[in-house]
Design a protein around this ligand. Structure first.
Ligand code: HEM
Ligand code: SF4
Ligand code: SF4
Length: 527
């Protein structure tokens, strides 16, 4: 039931995301850049914060006036910076929360990804504390309301000898020393946040932390435009002799305070902790089961490090070897971090299907789909494609091999009339030599590679590595003599089956326009 519910959520998400492809294009689609945008907004907040700090007076008396000076007298620069600081902080909440939801809906939070998910929870707390502590510093009536609420909230825990809310009892009770302490909280919370953001990415190989430049520039422009159109303003100055009545809340950060007023500190703490614990332990409710972890074959591994470079989850390390073989290192897989994506098989130089003598074994094998089984499946598909191509009316249909990944469309639905398919856990598992093999040994007229949408590979790096191998930019790359016109890639999501059908038909039509491949060339290629 959970599976079908998630599938429905995914379909809904993909449909919404697809709409953003129209104005932004797949590469700049902000829905697929939520983690990188959160980083970007963090840096914008940091830079604008440093600027604002230059003008800020950290005394109780001077704080409000220094902020007013920025907002009114220097509205064109310091005022804009203040507004950017606020709006970028709000934007970071939005991108972070959507990022969390997206990772949940697309099922990228369980199994080996538990660490990345789990470390996201303290990020939420530090983000919240960073934002709320910023509101204290303006020392207007909103700051007064938020500071007193926060202190009462903390006091409920009973960890401070004397209630810290006493610092706000009456005019004059708030000292500059305490106010400076609040100021340091607003400096240290974001620094801790950055530290946890770094930890968050430790178990990912080559995490993408920067959004595409155009998207980043567009976001910055939007922030400037918003800051000019609706500058951030303060309320009236704080006055501990009165109770603020009408306040305009920033709902991105201050949403908890009305709950606090209504339910009191105990219930609010219980809700905050309960929700955090629930989110933190979601990866085990229920846990995700991966296939068997990749296994290194010591007799075949030459320690070239390609699998180590390519593994998306840093599950491979290179170890010194002492088994008498003339190589310094050997790959080792930590099964706790392996998602069985097979990308290491695709990157291993020993993974070539051309060998006919002896059993086909490569340097690193996926127990659920060993290299010899992948070649057998490819051979069977190539035979099937050739047979069905001959059987089509007129007998002239091109024979096309479609290789698709477990997270893409149901590729069997495009079979027939010269099309046959092979499925792999991730398209990055396919060694490029298999494409060469399909043409030179299997008589294919075309090869189509199909995987998740661009920028959205379920195994993170499968599309990127595949594309770079095809473009000759990454080892092992596809031999130059293989005609690129006969290879097509189709990066679309699992709910776009009809589009895959259309792409296959278009590819077949294009292949028919090409001159027949030279048989002599084929034999040379195979040699
Ligand atoms: C400051 C806030 C955050 C930032 C800047 C951030 C940034 C990122 C980045 C850059 C990635 C790597 C994307 C990639 O290259 O594959 C990532 C992955 C991830 N994040 Fe966050 N994140 C934040 C908050 C969170 C939160 C609150 C959660 C959930 C509790 C979360 C869950 C995840 C998960 C599960 C992944 C792994 C995705 C994968 O393996 O494909 N993140 N995050
Ligand atoms: S199967 Fe994937 S996750 Fe496992 S070691 Fe190979 S590349 Fe890494
Ligand atoms: S890619 Fe193959 S040969 Fe190279 S280190 Fe990994 S297992 Fe060994």
């Amino acid at each position: 039931m959970l599976k079908s519910f998630r599938r429905r959520l995914q379909d809904w998400l993909l449909a919404v995301e697809g709409l953003f492809d129209y104005p932004f294009g797949p590469k700049w689609n902000p829905m697929r850049q939520l983690g990188t945008l959160s980083f970007f907004f963090y840096w914008v907040v940091a830079v604008s914060g440093i600027y604002v700090f230059v003008f800020f007076d950290t005394t109780v008396k001077g704080a409000y006036e220094s902020v007013e000076y920025m907002t009114v007298q220097q509205w064109y620069l310091a005022g804009v910076m203040r507004s950017i600081h606020r709006y970028a902080s709000d934007a970071m909440v939005v991108t972070t929360v959507f990022h969390l939801l997206r990772e949940f809906i697309t099922d990228r939070y369980r199994g080996v990804r538990w660490f990345t998910w789990f470390t996201g929870v303290p990020i939420l707390w530090f983000l919240y504390v960073s934002g709320v502590s910023g509101y204290w510093l303006v020392w207007d009536q909103l700051a007064q309301y938020v500071a007193i609420g926060s202190m009462e909230w903390l006091d409920w825990l009973g960890i401070f000898g004397e209630p810290i809310a006493n610092n706000f009892l009456k005019p004059g009770s708030l000292s500059d020393r305490f106010f400076t302490l609040l100021f340091f909280m607003h400096i240290f919370a974001p620094l801790f946040l950055l530290f946890i953001m770094w930890i968050h990415l430790l178990k990912l190989n080559r995490p993408q932390v920067n959004p595409p430049r155009g998207l980043a520039f567009g976001c910055l422009l939007a922030l400037v435009a918003l800051s000019l159109a609706k500058p951030a303003m303060s309320h009236a100055p704080a006055d501990l002799a009165t109770m603020p009545t009408v306040l305009s809340l920033d709902w991105f950060y201050l949403f908890a305070y009305p709950f606090f007023d209504e339910w009191g500190p105990g219930a609010t703490w219980a809700l905050a902790f309960g929700a955090s614990l629930l989110v933190a332990f979601l990866p085990w409710l229920p846990p995700l089961k991966h296939g068997a972890a990749a296994q290194v074959v010591p007799e075949k591994c030459n320690g070239c490090t390609r699998c180590f470079e390519d593994c998306p989850f840093a599950a491979i390390s290179m170890q010194p070897r002492d088994d008498g073989r003339p190589f310094e290192r050997i790959a080792r897989v930590d099964p706790r971090y392996c998602t069985s994506c097979g990308m290491c098989v695709g990157s291993c130089p020993v993974s070539t299907p051309f060998r006919r003598t002896g059993e086909l074994v490569t340097g690193i094998e996926l127990p659920d789909l060993r290299l010899h089984a992948l070649r057998a499946a490819t051979d069977a598909a190539l035979r099937k494609a050739a047979e069905s191509a001959t059987a089509t009316a007129g007998g002239g249909a091109p024979a096309v091999l479609v290789v698709g990944c477990d997270h893409g469309c149901e590729i069997d639905e495009v079979e027939g009339q010269g099309i046959a398919t092979v499925k792999v856990p991730c398209v990055g598992m396919l060694p490029p030599s298999f494409i060469d093999y399909a043409f030179s040994r299997g008589g294919a007229d075309g090869v189509m590679l199909h995987g998740c949408r661009e920028g959205d590979c379920y195994h993170r790096l499968g599309i990127r590595w595949t594309q770079e191998r095809l473009d000759g930019m990454r080892d092992p790359y596809l031999r130059e003599r293989v005609s690129r016109e006969r290879i097509r890639t189709c990066w679309i999501s699992h709910n776009e089956g009809r589009r895959l059908r259309r792409e296959v038909d278009a590819f077949r039509a294009d292949l028919q326009k090409l001159p027949a491949p030279d048989q002599a060339d084929k034999k040379n290629d195979a040699a």
